[in-house]
Design a protein around this ligand. Structure first.
Ligand code: HEM
Length: 424
């Protein structure tokens, strides 16, 4: 069903955090209107939320919201004109060291981006992929054991959040007692605008830096340890030279780890949580998937990622005066590529508000557009989502939500913080 418009075009202000607190249907309707009427539109800089101080003063240039699928694909494919090096995750400009510290390769352009991506890709050998796959299966099975015992639970904290966190930590060799620290700090980094994670009145910038420092310390200790005594994990492979003599410095490793825990954790967690919600709302889709799980899994998982769109946008910056979708953009223009909007674009998706586990083709942009920054963890994310639902639908097919989701207040992550479920 199509969302009913509530806001008039001129009332839509994506820069106002209050917009993101509006009901989902209103936001969907607003984006639909933008795609139709003003597909690339300029907004003023957002007001910094209370407690936020920016390391670099706002330059007053505002940003451009890119909402159509075709324009986002075009910008993603053209990193020479639309770069990531001035920041991919923040609307505001940040000092370069800050960007690298928090974002690693996601905030870099080639050739530095390509170097990091090459080293990281080489570190994940087929043997490691197999080991990670076994771990995904084992963890999902243990998580479902717990759910069965409890009968009802908070699906986000008891199920969806547990799997990706365990997998990333195990992949990197983080000891089990430190998993909880990683969970708390990643919540702070991605949920900084939400008072559940950073209390109102607190200095958000300081909270972010403190969270990143804790993760850095953890990784530096681990890197030292693994340099002396390499083990069978990705950290060991990253700190010891590969066949081409390449390796990461400890600082690069810490930044990459911060990227992994935020990029790989919250995103997959939210895809799984949205999946649970969607399957409850659409029992015909759930029944179809239960009836033939393996045959449906590949398209069902893509459809969950499309509808969930866990990452709402990524930023690019125009490297020179350039035209996109017929709009002239000046050098330095900040563009927010709204994947969430592209994934509901009628020009590409029939009946885009319908959750259809058989949707094929499904060229969604949930993992980013085609280009050098396409999600490095897409394969792992698909594997985790598939395994989690195989376990759930195979062992507790009656599991369903029993209340509304509590949503994360964020313009960046389409997050669910809590979701009550019952097993039967
Ligand atoms: C459903 C789950 C996931 C979603 C929706 C998602 C989404 C995205 C998106 C939209 C980008 C593009 C960034 C850009 O173009 O600027 C990205 C990049 C990235 N993702 Fe994912 N991601 C998911 C899971 C994961 C997992 C599980 C990992 C790793 C364990 C991961 C690691 C990364 C990394 C390292 C990048 C940066 C790649 C680069 O800059 O070259 N992601 N992801």
């Amino acid at each position: 069903m199509n969302p009913n418009p509530v806001l008039a075009l001129d009332e839509i202000d994506l820069a106002d955090l209050a917009f993101w607190a509006r009901p989902l249907e209103e936001r969907e309707a607003a984006f639909e209107a933008l795609r139709r009427e003003r597909p690339i539109v300029h907004f003023e800089d957002p007001e910094p939320p209370p407690g936020v101080s920016f390391p670099v003063p706002l330059d007053g240039s505002g940003y451009w919201a890119v909402t159509r699928h075709a324009d986002i694909v075009e910008a993603s494919r053209d990193p020479e004109h639309f770069c990531s090096g001035q920041g991919a995750t923040s609307i505001f400009d940040m000092p370069t060291e800050f960007l690298e510290f928090f974002g690693s390769m996601i905030n870099l352009d080639d050739p530095r981006h390509a170097r990091l991506r090459r080293i990281v890709s080489a570190a994940v050998t087929p043997r490691m992929v197999k080991k990670i796959g076994d771990e995904v299966q084992r963890s999902a099975s243990l998580i479902v054991d717990d759910v069965i015992e409890k009968g009802k639970c908070d699906f986000v904290t008891d199920v969806a959040a547990k799997l990706p966190l365990r997998i990333i930590c195990n992949m990197m060799g983080v000891p089990e007692p430190d998993h909880d620290l990683v969970f708390r700090q990643s919540n702070v980094i991605l949920g900084a605008m939400d008072p559940e994670y950073v209390p109102e009145g607190a200095d958000v910038t300081m909270a972010l830096i403190a969270a990143a420092q804790e993760l850095t310390q953890l990784m530096e200790d681990l890197a030292r340890h693994r340099t002396e005594r390499p083990g069978d994990d990705v950290t060991s492979a990253l700190v010891t030279a590969n066949v081409d003599g390449e390796q990461l410095t400890h600082q690069e490793l810490a930044s990459f780890f911060i990227l992994l825990v935020v990029a790989g954790n919250e995103t997959t967690r939210n895809a799984i949580s949205h999946g649970m919600k969607l399957l409850t709302e659409c029992p015909d889709q759930r029944d179809a998937w239960v009836a033939d799980f393996e045959a449906m899994a590949p398209t069902a998982v893509e459809e969950i990622v499309r509808v969930a769109s866990p990452v709402i946008f990524m930023r690019r910056t125009a490297t020179e005066d350039v035209t996109l979708g017929g709009v002239r953009l000046p050098e330095g223009a900040k563009l927010l590529l709204f994947y969430w909007s592209a994934n509901r674009d009628v020009a590409v998706f029939d009946d885009p508000y319908r959750f259809d586990i058989r949707r094929d083709p499904n060229p969604h942009l949930g993992f980013g557009g085609p280009g050098p920054h396409f999600c490095l963890g897409a394969h792992l994310a698909r594997q985790e989502i598939t395994t989690m639902f195989r376990e759930l639908l195979g062992r507790v097919p009656g599991i369903h939500t029993t209340g509304d989701p509590e949503r994360l207040l964020s313009n960046f992550i389409n997050g669910i913080k809590h979701l009550p479920v019952a097993v039967a």
